[in-house]
Design a protein around this ligand. Structure first.
Ligand code: RUQ
Ligand code: CUA
Length: 653
């Protein structure tokens, strides 16, 4: 009997999915844009875009930097995955960035970038991004566009409801998507219910340096914590996390985690959490996780192993967490710019649910509870409801705001972006997406002051939008002009990996601060050579350290002799250039690592273990000058028994 009920729900779910697919296939291709709409995305050659867009790479593990409205790709910032192009995770300096308690992890799944804020406004200092698979959060410095720090999140699995910041970047959060045994232990999977836990981590950000530490974790019931957004304005001090699988199922989730009519949005009072921490009302748990920091002075990353984390038990901390009942497995959990409305996008729900923060506080005060779950009060749905957007579309996922009183929600199944009005809940406009949109992004959309000029839709399915490239096609983003009453599609552009969220910001808030070179005089790399006269080759047993420099268009030294087949050679290469946009590259035949791509004033290192006797060339990999092809050199490798002395030279000197 039970099986039949489940099965029929399964069929219903399957039908929804089938409808979605057939709807996608019969959808008309958007075709050519009418009139001069496309001109609105045109940025003439030599001119700059108005916005930066940081678009996550999903399974690429990286973060791509685009311009809006042109959709031009400027850079892929390596974050959680090794990148042979930039030597990230390959050179000795950045390898420690990818250390975790599971060892060196060369890949990650990056989802939700969010830009730092001051007083609820984007300040353009850092962009944070979460890693879903091996739970981590990275901080990228927006003066260098490089990953400056990665912190692992202990007691978590599937770090998905992350990495959103509070309005003064007090915290960046990380909520676990998969609940797990905490601490990890060997136990039967079907004892999940009541035994698995979901950690919500609050990672403190130092206001000046940006450095992160796991300040505390709230150990929640074993639901799936899917997305989150901070309160702001009147709701500053709270954080909201959507949940699904309040059923606590552990198998065939598409059916078994879709049973309850309502799941929850968890409202967390983090100011209250700070009080409990200050009062010592927490437990200290032993753990082990990596904290990796890149130091711009020494140009090296180091890993610190953190051993403890402070745990708050919501059942023992009254006032810390409340559950807001929210229909049908909500995904997105979005807070409007005023901080009053909390939108829950129930994936399987017909209507969009909007909670009122004011009503929530009132219901808490009057104790209008509708039971509790694991000691956490559940508020009464009707008492906190601000309103519903009635039947706006199928499969709502995410909502953003334009700062003019409108909200924009994506619908995966019906493939559209729908604009609706906060307060009256009426649908104002809808536009198709090509196809099956996931997230959307308005620059500043997660802040008190959005820049409501454009919305970018990030689509999960591309089909026929571009020239085919075999079975794998690029993912597709679409840009809509939302400055008028109706949304207007003005551009399609391809993206890297699978974008989840993105973060956009006016270019003026970043571009003037963008670093042009690293000053040689400030380079404190332990193996730096600040001029050609500082170059040398030093033997230390079987290790040979080459202190090398590069400048247009030669290496110093460029001839090295006395290396033996049994040696391990470390090339520490400093780029002496002090001009903007003059990197040099370096690679060595047979090296089992990537090239180096070294910015002016920087030192980077790679290792080379000669495989045989001979004279082996190296060269510059970045076309740097008219005599780039001449930028090359040789290493002579002799047998282990040879008595050839170590020597090095440039032009015989
Ligand atoms: S997810 S398509 Cu990783 Cu943010 Cu919603
Ligand atoms: Cu230096 Cu090419």
């Amino acid at each position: 009997m039970n099986f039949r009920i489940k099965n029929s729900i399964g069929i219903a779910v399957a039908m929804v999915i089938m409808t979605a697919t057939s709807c996608v296939q019969t959808e008309q291709n958007g075709g050519a844009l009418s009139g001069n709409l496309a001109e609105r995305s045109f940025v003439p050659p030599g001119e700059h875009d108005e916005f930066y867009a940081f678009i996550s790479g999903g399974f690429s593990g990286q973060l791509a930097v685009y311009g809006l409205p042109s959709g031009r790709l400027f850079k892929v910032i390596p974050v959680f995955s090794q990148d042979a192009e930039k030597a990230y995770g390959y050179n000795e300096e950045t390898k420690p960035m990818l250390n975790t308690s599971y060892g060196f992890v060369p890949w990650g799944d990056s989802h939700h970038p969010d830009i730092s804020q001051t007083n609820g406004k984007l300040d353009g200092r850092w962009v944070f991004i979460n890693e879903n698979n091996t739970p981590r959060i990275a901080r990228i410095d927006l003066t260098t566009f490089e990953t400056a720090e990665i912190i692992e999140v202990p007691n978590s699995a599937g770090n998905h409801s992350s990495s959103f910041v509070t309005e003064n970047t007090e915290y960046v959060v990380a909520g676990t998507r998969f609940s797990i045994p905490v601490p990890q232990r060997d136990m039967p999977i079907d004892e999940y219910k009541g035994n698995f836990k979901g950690a919500l981590s609050f990672i403190k950000v130092q206001p000046e340096s940006g450095e992160m530490n796991v300040e505390f974790q709230i150990m929640m019931p074993g639901f799936d914590y899917d997305l989150s957004h901070p309160g702001r304005g009147k709701s500053h001090g709270w954080f909201f996390f959507s949940t699904y699988n309040s059923e606590e199922a552990n198998s065939l989730m598409e059916v078994n985690a879709s049973q309850n009519d309502k799941d929850y949005i968890a409202a967390v009072n983090w100011k209250k959490a700070e009080e409990y921490i200050a009062a010592g009302n927490f437990e200290t748990m032993k753990t082990n996780y990596a904290h990796n920091v890149y130091d711009e002075k020494t140009q090296m990353a180091t890993t610190t192993w953190e051993k403890e984390v402070r745990i708050l038990d919501p059942a023992k901390c009254p006032g810390l967490v409340y559950f807001l009942p929210t229909p049908k497995s909500p995904h997105g959990c979005d807070v409007d710019p005023t901080g009053e409305y909390i939108v829950g996008n129930g994936k399987l729900s017909a209507n969009l649910t909007v909670h009122s923060f004011t009503k929530m506080l009132d219901a808490i005060e009057k104790k209008k509870f509708d039971g509790e779950a694991y000691g956490i009060p559940i508020l009464n749905f009707e008492d906190i409801l601000a309103g519903s957007v009635v039947q706006p579309g199928l499969g709502p996922l995410h909502t953003e705001f334009d700062g003019k009183g409108n909200a924009y929600t994506t619908f995966f199944i019906s493939s559209e972006v729908v604009k609706w009005k906060l307060g009256t809940w009426e649908v104002l406009d809808r536009k198709p997406t090509y196809y099956s949109v996931g997230h959307l992004m308005i620059p500043g959309g997660n802040s008190a002051s959005p820049f409501g000029k454009y919305v970018v839709a990030m689509n999960k399915i591309t089909k026929d939008r571009y020239l085919p490239t075999g079975p794998e096609v690029c993912q597709s983003a679409q840009l809509y002009d939302i400055s008028g009453e109706k949304m207007e599609l003005i551009l399609d552009f391809p993206t890297i990996g699978e974008p989840h969220y993105a973060a956009g910001i006016p270019a003026d808030l970043i571009k003037l601060k963008s670093k042009k070179i690293y000053k040689l005089s400030e380079n404190e790399h332990p193996y730096v050579a600040r001029s050609e006269k500082d170059t040398k080759v030093v033997r230390d047993g079987d290790n040979v350290h080459v202190y090398m420099t590069m400048i247009r268009s030669h290496f110093a030294p460029d001839n090295i002799e006395g290396i033996k087949t049994t040696d391990k050679v470390y090339f520490h290469v400093t780029n002496l250039e002090q001009d903007y946009d003059v990197p040099h590259g370096m690679s060595m035949i047979g090296a089992n690592t990537s090239e180096l791509l070294i910015m002016p004033g920087q030192t980077e290192t790679f290792t080379w273990e000669p495989k045989g006797e001979g004279v082996w060339p190296f060269y510059c990999t970045d076309f740097c000058s008219a005599l780039h092809q001449e930028m090359q050199g040789y290493v002579r490798v002799s047998p282990a028994s040879s008595d050839i002395q170590l020597s090095w030279s440039l032009d015989g000197e």
